[in-house]
Design a binder for this molecule. Structure first.
Ligand code: MRU
Length: 351
């Protein structure tokens, strides 16, 4: 792959987090160096780093930055700081469960080491943050091997938002199957929805697929129905931000509409996501918190007004696609098809 690492830790415990500033793409490929938890929080909040697995990794690395200055001698103060920084980072964005999943995994590691000194706990936290990144890269490869089977040779795939290398440690979820199919020499075409308001599809998916030499055509979000009725789409694959125990799936706003259109046209609609994106504490999609974002994201584009400044705006960042519209969920542990609570529980409890 030609795309550099989305996010990584540079150096030892005195080091820092380096991430691609995705708000600047595709015009500029620039790295952001984060030396404190505040700059990681800000990067997650304004989508310099985005995509469910990538913000989980950012959260874990941000937590290391948040506690590394804590005094060596005082365990109690260290754990208080850890809990405070965990809650602070978790508050950056609410929908992708990978953020709290990664932060809670970090806190659990610290708790397991509580008999050790603060310096050792800090070292264990850095190891764990790196492990979360590396495991995500491996999960994406596994998803890619299975997802490639969904890509018809000579066919077309539609995707929404960006669930690629930029949204993960590397390789992606929805795009992982495309990368593997491409490596296998299969020929196919990808339609990438623009994804208003923040254009993750046209800015990021089109960019990274082009870098990889995969044929990609960008369309406006409101063109999906027309393309499907013209027989131009063979299947849909998107990522996920949180999957409830019954398979209802939160993903970028617009995903639900695409799933309804796919159903109406008899086109299979697939989700690709790692085990860390499932939340069995949510029994259905109605329990998933959906982020509301600033009105200005809709009222303007690249700093220019696209609506009267005083017009009210509704701007949910995500929607929920009910499990009944999802043909399969491709995970790093296998494919869930048909989608049911039982099949999800079975795959998540397998190792
Ligand atoms: O608001 P974003 O850009 O973080 O939304 C991202 C998505 O909706 C992705 O499809 C999802 O996080 C999966 S990323 C592998």
């Amino acid at each position: 792959m030609n795309v550099p690492r989305t996010i990584e830790w540079i150096g030892d415990l005195n080091g820092h987090v380096r991430m691609i500033d995705q708000t600047l793409l595709p015009a500029e490929l620039k790295f952001l160096e984060c030396h404190d938890a505040g700059s990681v929080w800000e990067a997650i909040k304004v989508l310099r780093v985005r995509g469910a697995p990538a913000i989980g990794i950012a959260g874990a690395m941000g937590l290391v930055l948040g506690v590394r200055e804590a005094e060596e001698g005082d365990q109690e103060a260290f754990f208080e700081k850890l809990r405070e920084q965990r809650d602070y980072l978790a508050g950056a964005r609410p929908t992708a469960v990978n953020l709290t999943w990664a932060l809670d995994r970090m806190v659990a590691v610290a708790n397991d080491c509580s008999a050790k000194g603060v310096a050792e706990i800090k070292a264990a936290l850095l190891n764990e943050a790196r492990r979360i990144r590396d495991e995500d890269a491996a999960s994406c490869r596994a998803i890619g091997r299975l997802g490639a089977e969904l890509i018809p040779d000579g066919g077309t795939v539609l995707t929404h938002c960006n669930a690629g290398s930029l949204a993960t440690a590397e390789y992606g979820t929805a795009l992982a199957g495309m990368y593997v199919a491409h490596e296998q020499g299969r020929r196919f075409k990808v339609y990438s929805c623009e994804t208003r308001p923040l254009l993750q599809g046209s800015r990021l998916t089109a960019w990274e697929l082009t870098q990889a030499g995969i044929e990609v055509i960008t369309i406006c979000d409101n063109m999906v129905g027309a393309l499907m009725s013209e027989g131009r789409i063979d299947c849909v694959i998107t990522g996920a931000d949180r999957i409830a125990a019954n398979g209802d799936t939160a993903n970028k706003i617009g995903t639900y509409g695409i799933a309804v259109l796919a159903d109406a046209h008899g086109i299979p609609f697939h989700i690709a996501a790692p085990a860390s994106t499932f939340d069995l504490n949510c029994s259905s999609g109605s329990e998933i918190p959906l982020e509301q974002r600033s009105a200005d994201e809709v009222r303007s584009l690249h700093g220019r007004p696209t609506a009267p400044p005083e017009v009210p705006v509704y701007n949910p960042a995500f929607d929920v696609t009910p499990a009944r519209l999802i043909h399969s969920i491709v995970t790093d542990r296998g494919i869930i098809e048909p989608v049911s609570s039982e099949a999800i529980a079975r795959i998540l409890h397998s190792t």
